[in-house]
Design a protein around this ligand. Structure first.
Ligand SMILES: NC(=O)c1ccc[n+]([C@@H]2O[C@H](COP(=O)([O-])OP(=O)(O)OC[C@H]3O[C@@H](n4cnc5c(N)ncnc54)[C@H](OP(=O)(O)O)[C@@H]3O)[C@@H](O)[C@H]2O)c1
Length: 265
């Protein structure tokens, strides 16, 4: 009997952790039956172990892997090959971005941003889809965490914003490619979320959002709940919350050069 599992990258903190805890406590709100296992992926083994031991309702399998390189992806792929589970849900939440002008960044920072936000997300889908099957619990699904940063170019956060444009475009295309296989693909585009992201993005300078964005910060649990509900309904994109929908609309109707000039001022 094959185990039915969910895989969550970036589950050592923030949004990925919120997804994991919601799914671990799921009593039919999202899926008819709970997963047999949740594979929790991240680099910090101690954080993953702590989450695994704090959850008793479902078996959490901590997998310490750096997904920005070949070997991390191969760790997951080898495990899939040896255990042959049925994957009911893949959530790609692992991601990073470092603020500042591109010319002030190292080549490694630019490479890591593209590797984890774009390549790892794409390759996780590629290795997981062969194990996705419809079961009595529902259709298999993929949730990719994009960002409202992906709607527009962002001077001062250029590589991150561009990487999230990739996530949005890639996810929309994959939802068409994987439709014949009965797999739902959704991209989530939140604005600022209360996680460790901002501290990491500012290399420790700011623990939280301090500029105008601080008025729009949302809770990762609310975001995760809304995402799981939207995914179960077969939605292709979730822009959350309402403030980001306005930004999304503006990005579609206002010329980009005008918005960039406004941001510059
Ligand atoms: N917070 C926000 O304001 C916000 C807004 C829009 C979108 N997002 C997106 O939401 C996603 C989750 O971010 P978050 O807000 O939850 O921030 P976070 O708390 O910093 O979480 C980032 C997660 O990604 C994992 N990760 C980073 N690099 C990795 C690598 N090379 N290999 C494996 N795992 C890696 C981290 O795990 P380890 O450190 O253990 O490796 C961590 O679990 C990201 O894609 C981010 O771009 C965040």
């Amino acid at each position: 009997m094959h185990q039915r599992i969910a895989i969550i990258t970036g589950s050592s903190s923030g949004i990925g952790k919120a997804f994991l805890e919601l799914l671990a406590g799921d009593k039919g709100e999202f899926y008819k039956t709970p997963f047999d296992e949740i594979w929790a992926v991240g680099r910090r083994k101690d954080a993953l172990d702590a989450i695994a031991s704090s959850v008793s309702s479902v078996k959490v399998v901590p997998i310490a892997a750096d997904l920005s390189g070949d070997s991390g992806i191969r760790t997951i792929e080898d495990r899939l090959k040896s255990e042959e589970p049925v994957v009911g849900l893949l959530i790609n939440s692992a991601g990073m971005g470092i603020k500042g002008a591109v010319m002030d960044k190292t080549a490694e920072t630019l490479d890591s941003t593209v590797s984890i936000n774009c390549s790892a997300l794409s390759r996780m889908i590629r290795i997981t889809v062969p194990y996705m099957k419809k079961t009595e619990a529902g259709r298999p699904a993929i949730i990719n965490i994009g960002s409202s940063a992906g709607f527009l170019p962002q001077p001062g956060f250029a590589c991150y914003a561009a990487s999230k444009s990739y996530v949005i475009s890639f996810s929309r295309a994959m939802s068409c490619e994987l439709k014949p296989k009965g797999i739902d693909v959704m991209v989530v585009c939140p604005g600022p979320v209360a996680t460790d992201f901002q501290r990491r993005a500012t290399e420790g300078k700011e623990a939280d959002f301090t500029d105008w964005r601080k008025n729009f910060v949302i809770d990762p649990v609310k975001l995760s709940r809304a995402s799981l509900k939207a995914s179960r309904k077969g939605r292709k994109i979730l822009v959350y919350p309402f403030s980001q929908k306005l930004l999304h609309l503006a990005s579609k109707i206002v010329p980009t050069s005008w918005i960039l000039a406004f941001m510059g001022n």
